[in-house]
Design a protein around this ligand. Sequence first.
Ligand SMILES: Nc1ncnc2c1ncn2[C@@H]1O[C@H](COP(=O)(O)OP(=O)(O)OP(=O)(O)O)[C@@H](O)[C@H]1O
Ligand SMILES: [Mg+2]
Length: 219
Amino acid sequence: MILEIKNLSKSFIDGKKTLNVLKNINLSIDQGSIITIKGPSGSGKSTLLSLIGTLDKPNKGEVIFDNENIDLIEDLNRFRNDKIGYIFQSHNLISELSLKENVILPREISRKKVDHQEIKDLFQFFELDDRMHSYPNDLSGGEKQRVSVMRAIINQPSIVIADEPTGNLDQMNVFKMIDLFKKLNNEHNLTFIIATHDNEVFSIGDIKLQLKEGYLKNI
Ligand SMILES: Nc1ncnc2c1ncn2[C@@H]1O[C@H](COP(=O)(O)OP(=O)(O)OP(=O)(O)O)[C@@H](O)[C@H]1O
Ligand SMILES: [Mg+2]
């Protein structure tokens, strides 16, 4: 079990109102599985992913990552950088850094060796080897998305958390992204947790979940 979520609740105070976004969520995820989550806009998908990704804290409940309660992890920055790959809809690349510098950043933060041939091969795989030294602003949405996938997987994380990873992509690039996720899952046993509105992306889940009115259900 790579991830266990127990009795997780999250609410937000919005003016005088309390929004109970997540109500008692339970979920167990095996290493190497693909979890897809859908649900109406505002149902709490991004909220759930930020709790799983340790970017926010729940009001109640626990997130257990590889048998370790994340509340007890001392160096969360290091933990995130080593164990979790993030792909956001707004790719969050650093515009002052070249594509190559963006991709190797997690590795440099963990002070791991950077093998330049490996990075080149990775860019080649993503068909961006001639753009390694370009800057994010010079790329199309789909190209930026591919760079953010490279950055997410560069440290061989235990899980990849993807929030609307295909939100800005045309159909051809959606299919490419799906093939890539499946390939990474097959070849590296990488675990994916993906929130999506796209039915094609949703359909690749080994476990398919719907978030509605604060609860998760299998579908
Ligand atoms: N920091 C916050 N403060 C107050 N309310 C918040 C905060 N973050 C999220 N919410 C509210 O929580 C609810 C769930 O938001 P969330 O972003 O998780 O939805 P979502 O399912 O990801 O939606 P979408 O499909 O549009 O991305 C929304 O009603 C949102 O307004
Ligand atoms: Mg969202």
